[in-house]
Design a binder for this molecule. Structure first.
Ligand code: B1M
Length: 213
């Protein structure tokens, strides 16, 4: 019988087909998709991340694990994303320039959609100019940016400065997050909001727009 430990282990080993099979089995057993995501899929990836830090594994293994994680997330997405007709607001979401990490961003996107927002995901390696263009085109209420590298975090600030110099900073709330980003850093660069994880990104987005729970 499938369990969360085996699921985490399949992600860690980069076995995408097994990950998808176990995810489906756990859903069929009636397990909460959030629990599968946080205690199964994410746990496996983070364990691998720790090994990567200790040089016990290398980029190809991390890529395989990321593919496995996505295979599981694809099955959870329809269950985590709501179907309510009228969205609360539009959010432009992306990972900053020079940064290719998208797993956390995708989780944030799924949770925001599940929380009733329309999310326009502009992808990874997004320049300040691309972010600005999407915000203007979509009339977004929130610009949500993810950064996973200490070397790419400064692009959060560069993007905020670009909004300021274009005279559109006051038209959009800026929400930031990602493993190296802290609440202090978010304040320092002039972001309106920060969230340490995907679930809290939804709470923060609602709060920024004054939407009561
Ligand atoms: Co990269 N990588 N990586 N990597 N990678 C890290 C981030 C690292 C911590 C690993 C390490 O050394 N321990 C390290 C960064 C060190 C640093 O700068 N502080 C690192 C490095 C160095 C690199 C490369 C430079 C390695 C190299 O080439 N030498 C390279 C850079 C490539 C680039 O981007 N230009 C690189 C490449 C890669 C892969 C491509 C192999 C792969 C990414 C695949 C993909 O995303 N499709 C990868 C991965 C998978 C990781 C680790 C192992 C896992 C990241 C992840 O997905 N975590 C990571 C180690 C680790 O984190 N333990 C690591 C799971 C995800 C759910 O968490 O993204 O933190 P996270 O998202 C969380 C929260 O942060 C938050 O919510 C999410 C969950 O609730 N959150 C937000 C995220 N965005 C948010 C936005 C919000 C609010 C909350 O509001 C808008």
């Amino acid at each position: 019988m499938a369990d969360l430990t085996s699921l985490a282990s399949m992600v860690e080993k980069g076995k995408h087909l097994e990950t998808a099979r176990l995810t489906k089995e756990l859903l069929d057993q009636g397990m909460d998709p959030n629990q599968i995501l946080n205690e199964g899929l994410q746990k496996g990836l983070l364990t691998l991340g720790e090994r990567f830090k200790r040089n016990e594994c290398f980029i190809p293994e991390v890529l395989l694990a990321a593919r496995a994680m996505h295979a599981g997330m694809d099955l959870l997405r329809p269950l985590l994303v709501g179907t309510d007709a009228k969205p609360l607001a539009t959010i432009v979401l992306g990972t900053v320039k020079d940064d290719l990490h998208d797993i956390g961003k995708n989780m944030v996107g799924m949770m925001l959609e599940g929380g009733g927002f329309r999310v326009l995901d502009v992808g990874v390696n997004v320049s300040p100019e691309q972010f600005m263009e999407s915000v203007q085109k979509e009339g977004a209420a929130i610009l949500a940016m993810s950064a996973l590298l200490s070397t790419t975090m400064p692009y959060l600030k560069t993007t905020i400065e670009a909004l300021e110099s274009k005279g559109i900073r006051d038209r959009v709330k800026v929400l930031v997050g990602g493993a190296p980003v802290t609440e202090e850093y978010a304040k320092e660069i002039g972001a309106d909001g920060y969230a340490p994880d995907a679930a809290r990104a939804v709470d923060e987005a609602r709060e920024l727009l004054g939407i009561s729970a």
